[in-house]
Design a protein around this ligand. Structure first.
Ligand code: 13P
Ligand code: SF4
Length: 342
């Protein structure tokens, strides 16, 4: 089996055009026609190669439409990706998202090969806290359980009692049945959770470099000129932005809102690619598209995905002792409120 190819030499042949035409029909409103001859040969080759490799491609909702709609087998928010990672029979998982997501997949699948197309795809939240920081907090607040957002390293998860995502944070905090928890590392998510529960939260000063840039003035300006605009916001946004929103939820929560309620005009206060990906499924909904781009998510490209499948790099590996402890905190999260989303 010859698995060697170079994306630079892949032609946009009539055969490729024919095979990728159904994908283009879906994404034509969000990908300009002039770009398609660049994407199509890569999509075609990736879809062939992933079968040969017995690989599955998991993509976060912030991946670009050519990845999200062109090559992903499964997609979703952080919680959905963690769940899907436990359910695949594929030998190889290519995680199109950021490093902590690939680590979570690797933590849950020690016997599979988990690949990330770009090792530098980080996250400002994950890099805001270390395992040593968590150990110090535990010393300072002895006996107070630690709830950690999945946007953290495996080493931080290993110091954690239970993980959470933006889809289940309130449920996870309340599942512990205690009066006080240490909630790490996203201060804004923590403040949102604190507004939804009686449990007292001890917070950390981490933030998402994408969501912290939105302002309430921006949201108010979107409402002008768009009568009945529905504002959906991610809980990583500052509290004064969330105060302007009609709905606060995870990326999949926002997708669910649009699917169920079909608002005439909607704005998603989150990363750029979300609106493009969701608009493909809902042609009757008008999306106002603010664009704060996550530079880490955007490191993942079709060319890098192809290279990952060709070379089976970059494998995400975790020290087994750390992985075993981190797995407990992720599995405890997965056991809370199965199927729920917010
Ligand atoms: P979701 O879990 O809502 O998808 O958000 C996580 C996130 O911020 C990914 O960058
Ligand atoms: Fe991290 Fe924010 Fe990018 Fe998500 S959008 S990966 S939280 S920096």
């Amino acid at each position: 089996m010859n698995l060697v190819s170079s994306s630079a030499t892949l032609p946009y042949s009539p055969e490729v055009a024919l095979r990728t035409a159904p994908v283009y029909e879906r994404v034509r409103d969000v990908i300009p026609a002039i770009e398609w001859p660049v994407h199509a040969p890569l999509i075609d080759r990736i879809n062939q190669l992933k079968k040969q490799r017995n690989a599955v491609i998991l993509a976060h909702n912030y991946q670009t439409p050519e990845i999200f709609h062109g090559v992903a087998d499964l997609s979703g928010d952080s919680l959905a990706l963690a769940r899907q990672a436990t359910q695949t029979d594929a030998e190889v998982i290519v995680l199109c998202g950021v490093h902590f997501m690939a680590e979570t997949a690797a933590i849950l699948n020690p016997d599979k090969r988990v690949l990330i197309p770009d090792l530098e795809a980080g996250c400002s939240l994950a890099s805001s806290i270390t395992a040593a920081d968590v150990r110090l907090l535990k010393q300072r607040y002895p006996g107070v359980p630690v709830v950690t957002y999945v946007n953290t390293s495996a080493a931080v998860k290993a110091e954690t009692d239970v993980c959470c995502t933006s889809a289940n944070a309130v449920e996870v905090v309340e599942s512990l049945g205690v009066e006080r928890v240490i909630f790490l590392p996203d201060e804004y998510l923590g403040r949102y959770v604190a507004s939804q529960t009686e449990v007292e939260l001890i917070l950390w000063h981490g933030s998402c470099e994408v969501h912290e840039r939105f302002t309430p003035e921006q949201v108010r300006s979107f409402r002008q000129g768009h009568e009945g605009l529905i504002v959906l916001a991610h809980p990583e946004c500052p509290p004064n932005v969330l105060a302007e929103a009609d709905y606060v939820g995870s990326t999949s929560g926002m997708i669910g809102y649009v699917g169920e309620r079909q608002p005439r005009n909607v704005v998603m206060i989150t990363e750029c690619s979300m609106s493009d990906n969701v608009a493909v499924e809902h042609p009757n909904v008008n999306f106002i598209r603010p664009c704060n781009l996550c530079p880490h998510m955007k490191r993942i490209t079709l060319a890098k995905i192809l290279r990952s499948l060709e070379t089976l790099d970059h494998r995400v590996t975790i020290d087994p002792a750390i992985a075993a402890r981190a797995r407990q905190s992720v599995e405890r999260m997965l056991a809370v409120g199965r199927g729920a989303g917010r």
